[in-house]
Design a protein around this ligand. Sequence first.
Ligand code: ZN
Length: 132
Amino acid sequence: MNFKSTIIEYRVYDQNFKRLVNQVLGRIPDTYEEEFPIFSIYEGYCEWGAMVDEQGIVFDVGKLNEESEGDNVAIKGLVAHELAHVFLKHSVLVAQGKATLEHEADKLAIKWDFKREIEVFRQKFGPPTPQK
Ligand SMILES: [Zn+2]
């Protein structure tokens, strides 16, 4: 899917990470394009490695590389999961303390054909917690 009209700011400086994000964006089925909210992607500090707020997604690339042990498949699973949160309009505020939303995001990412990536993501990052 072409995200040119939905991503307003895209500030990721780590080239490997950006390549992985682009691969995930490109694999989301076109049928989701119309309903995708406008959002931004930033690189920055995040206690949990990644989070979705009202503006979009913040990725803490250093922390994510560490937690995934450099596993690109796990990172792609995480990126698909965070994008699913955006699509489902889950932000940190609504997601706090609701593990069911984590399962919902995983389920949507699997529907987008990221089943293997989500499995590897969960192996590396652990089961859904209210923050992730
Ligand atoms: Zn999550």
